[in-house]
Design a protein around this ligand. Structure first.
Ligand SMILES: Cc1cc2nc3c(=O)[nH]c(=O)nc-3n(C[C@H](O)[C@H](O)[C@H](O)COP(=O)(O)O)c2cc1C
Length: 238
């Protein structure tokens, strides 16, 4: 009987070859599906405050989630509009918010990814439910469905909030907003870019600042008198 010996040198060569092929495969897969391209534009997440800090009884929080920063711009426009109406506003990434006790009203916003608010935003609503059902709350979303702001697309966009509201049934927002967002292909992997193109999501910044400001100014949170009355009603009534 002859025993076939596997040459050690042959093994090493095969191992090295397999390892090299594996590495090349992993790097290509990353480039296609996961990794952020190295030429991506910088991402900034706005955080700011505005208004007269002495008006402590009209303090509003605009808390937002975001992956690529465009929702922060919407949150800031909402906050600035509320400040012009006389409120004091903190605009913060929700991951940096721990306590809502300083606020008489809250606005919570998230972009839509794969038809849903970011999980972080739903978790925020759940973990602060005790406070959010007692003070006036408005919710908004940012999405590319509204790059064409038809009535049908508005209805479709607002429906993205249905599962959120179902997840916290005892919270009744005083306002719901849906706004067009921004999409920068330089942040996306090749495969994600193809998916977005196939879904008809064009690249560009479609944020409609006039519509965002109009929504904020018309919101119950924009009226300090109504806000004070609503907060007191919520606190003492329900
Ligand atoms: C991977 C991916 C999935 C998305 N899914 C949706 C979607 O299901 N519906 C939609 O209307 N917009 C969708 N969008 C668009 C985003 O909601 C939009 O670009 C938003 O402005 C991103 O907000 P951000 O910059 O704060 O992360 C998607 C964008 C990406 C990159």
């Amino acid at each position: 009987m002859t025993i076939k010996k596997r040459g050690l040198d042959g093994m090493r060569r095969r191992d090295v070859l397999a390892l090299t092929q594996g590495l090349i495969g992993a790097v290509s897969l990353g480039a296609c599906f996961g990794a952020t391209p190295s030429h991506a534009a910088p991402i900034t997440f706005t955080e700011a405050s505005c208004g007269d800090k002495s008006l402590a009884n009209q303090k509003i929080l605009v808390a937002y989630a975001s992956k690529y920063g465009s929702t922060g711009g919407v949150a800031e426009a909402i906050g600035q509009a509320l400040c012009r109406k006389g409120a004091t506003v903190d605009i913060l990434l929700m991951k940096n918010v721990t306590d809502l006790s300083a606020y008489q009203g809250v606005v919570v916003g998230s972009p839509v990814y794969m038809g849903k608010w970011l999980p972080e935003a739903v978790d925020f609503m759940k973990s602060h439910a005790e406070v959010l059902r007692r003070i006036p709350l408005a919710c908004f979303l940012v999405c590319m469905t509204l790059h064409e702001p038809t009535p049908e697309n508005m209805a479709k966009a607002l429906a993205y909030l249905d599962p959120v509201l179902k997840a916290v049934p005892d919270i009744k927002p005083v306002g719901l907003g849906a706004f067009a967002g921004a999409l920068d292909y330089s942040h996306l992997s090749w495969a994600t870019k193809q998916i977005m193109k196939s879904k008809g999501s064009p690249e560009g910044d479609f944020r409609d600042w006039k519509a965002i400001r109009a929504w904020a100014e018309a919101s119950a949170l924009a009226n300090p008198v109504r806000l004070g009355a609503a907060a007191s009603h919520w606190r003492h009534g329900a």
